[in-house]
Design a protein around this ligand. Structure first.
Ligand SMILES: *Cc1c(COP(=O)(O)O)cnc(C)c1O
Length: 383
């Protein structure tokens, strides 16, 4: 039975499923964008999902096993798998409001009588396709902004803490304001002095241990971004807070429920992450950057520079600055690449600054050559 399942998966790989579904093939040089399918799932996760798909399991025991793997990899006391990082934020926040009181869990989003203020630096109020504000507020919490979009000061956090404060949420992302915000250590010091837990949204960060080590009580990640797992979210941290988050499955978490296949898939992806050869991956990524730089070198329309990841992930991208005199803009060039066959989807969220980036971390072998050819062909056309 299991062998048949795996053979069927192998057979399905011989045809591009996108063609069968009437979809265009895409090459993703934009990063782990959930709108494009997030990441290339690692083979260990695919195999684990297929293997468990046809079996019955005690779900509570499977959750416990996942907790053990998450704890081992993050250094946390416990862990919990949910549907996505956005769900993880919602459930972790809800847990700080209700604790393990089951009636309170059943009543959310009615937060009457509960601590419900959630402190977030204004410069951290990001959107990831939906807003962080909504992911928090749907629990019944009240989001309390700290500071301004351009600065947050310690007293602004300290004096915002009161009897109704449930927790603080701290976001680590290229999307936040990158200067004059309070550092994680400062937020933890101020909050912990007042008994307030700190939840870190590290959806897309490679570092599985650092945020807890620096004082966070809970950290949440996406399973489907850098980890290459199935669509899922990971909660890791203090045992009581993780338990309170997991108990939300009896309440608002029900609609964010994760299946056996996703739990098994994330566990396999975490194990695979532990064994990854980071140096080999970086060498492959750097080779792609060098190839693109080489083919674009002669073009007067663009100037290319490798840039470090803004939040310190071990990854560089190629920044492609488009010369206005060429007739192209960063936007029109990105759009032309997205209309190619195959479509090349670049990291285009800063096109209004005159550039886009090429992200090398989601390539199948040979994709870098296709991207290089598309870049050359597209630039050879008239804008
Ligand atoms: C992607 C992202 C999310 C949402 O993650 P999902 O797992 O797709 O729900 C939340 N926060 C940040 C900073 C992100 O980058």
């Amino acid at each position: 039975m299991r062998e048949n399942t795996l053979a069927a998966i192998d057979a399905a790989r011989d045809v591009d499923i996108r063609q069968a579904l009437g979809l265009r093939p895409l090459i993703n040089v934009s990063g782990t964008m959930t709108v494009l399918g997030a990441s290339i799932m690692v083979p260990q996760a695919v195999a684990a999902m297929a293997a468990i798909a046809t079996e019955f399991v005690d779900m509570a025991a499977l959750h416990d096993a996942a907790s053990g793997v998450i704890a081992e990899l993050t250094g946390a006391q416990a862990g919990f798998v949910t549907a996505s990082c956005a769900s993880a934020i919602t459930l972790a926040v809800a847990g700080t409001m209700t604790g393990d009181r089951l009636l309170a869990i059943e009543r959310l989003p009615d937060a009457t009588g509960l601590r419900r203020d959630v402190l977030v630096q204004l410069g951290h109020m990001v959107g990831y396709g939906a807003s962080l504000h909504q992911s928090i507020a749907m629990t019944g919490a009240r989001v309390v902004p700290v500071g301004t979009v351009s600065m947050a000061q310690p007293y602004q956090l300290d004096e915002a803490i009161g009897d109704d404060t449930a927790c603080a949420v701290f976001v680590v992302s290229h999307m936040t304001v990158q200067y004059a915000m309070l550092a994680l250590e400062q937020v933890c010091d101020i909050c912990h002095a007042r008994g307030v837990p700190v939840i870190v949204d590290a959806a897309s960060e490679y570092d599985l241990r650092g945020f807890l080590a620096r004082g966070a009580d809970v950290v949440v990640y996406s399973g489907h971004k850098f980890l290459g797992g199935p669509t899922s979210g990971i909660v890791a941290g203090r045992a009581d807070l993780v338990r309170a988050a997991r108990l939300q499955n009896r309440g608002i978490g029900r609609g964010m429920k994760v299946g056996k296949e996703s739990i098994a898939g994330v566990m396999a992806a975490l194990r695979a992450w532990q064994l990854l050869d980071g140096a080999a991956i970086r060498a492959r990524e750097e080779a792609a950057l060098a190839l693109w730089q080489q083919v674009l070198h002669a073009s007067p329309a663009v100037r290319c520079t490798p840039v470090d990841d803004p939040t310190g992930n071990p990854l560089r991208r190629l920044r492609v600055q488009v010369a206005p005199a060429s007739g192209w803009t960063a936007r029109t060039l990105a759009d032309a690449l997205a209309q190619g066959d195959p479509a090349v989807m670049v990291r285009d969220y800063q096109c209004d600054l005159g550039y886009f980036d090429l992200d090398p971390c989601n390539l199948h072998p040979g994709d870098e050559q296709v991207v290089a050819a598309q870049l050359v062909d597209t630039l050879a056309r008239r804008p």
